[in-house]
Design a protein around this ligand. Sequence first.
Ligand SMILES: Cc1cc2nc3c(=O)[nH]c(=O)nc-3n(C[C@H](O)[C@H](O)[C@H](O)COP(=O)(O)O)c2cc1C
Length: 212
Amino acid sequence: MTQLTNHHSKLFQTMEDRHSVKQYEKGFDISEQEKKQMLTAATLAPSAWNLQHWKFLVIEAEEKKEQLLPIAYNQSQVVESSFTVAVLGDLEANKNAEAVYQTAVENRLMPEEVKNTLVGQINGAYERGGTFARDAAFLNASLAAMNIMLAAKGLGYDTCPIGGFNGAEFVKAFHVPERYVPVMLITVGKAAKPAYPSSRFSLEDVVVKNSF
Ligand SMILES: Cc1cc2nc3c(=O)[nH]c(=O)nc-3n(C[C@H](O)[C@H](O)[C@H](O)COP(=O)(O)O)c2cc1C
């Protein structure tokens, strides 16, 4: 297993310590304040044009966790963890542009005409159709998801990203509006058992310099 050497850095330590935990202390309560810290960390992720293509559906009520269980193919972590965050991607993130840039204009950080040009470019990209909106939703929401996992670890909790769930059923059961696409579920809680060991390819295997 590759070791990041600089353990003086808390961030590096946190990245190395994060692993996908699948068994949690059932009933462990994480405070609202800590939940907010994790979700705030999620919102600090970068996003294209700062459109913040994400929505976080926090599933914490027992009956909602039970409802999620079969949708997540009976992965018991969704009922045993403290809560699950469904990270949703925004398929119409261009609709955020006006609000995002208006603040900059009001704070005199951006001239009105620059805002109008940007909003025009963004709407243009979204109006061209194809896979653009869906790609952008997955790409940007995934960066927020990573922040949730690292923030949870930083607070002493563990997580597991889950792609194994039925998206169509999820949308139906949790009344997800058409505007959003489920990207991944993240279970969060206090580990009852450590993660299964995992390995990584070496840098020699994954790094290419300058060009293939
Ligand atoms: C997009 C994505 C989907 C995943 N789906 C599942 C899943 O459905 N169930 C599960 O137990 N783990 C799932 N995982 C966890 C991976 O198996 C795990 O991240 C990988 O084996 C590396 O191990 P580590 O996270 O413990 O370092 C998923 C991870 C990612 C990034």
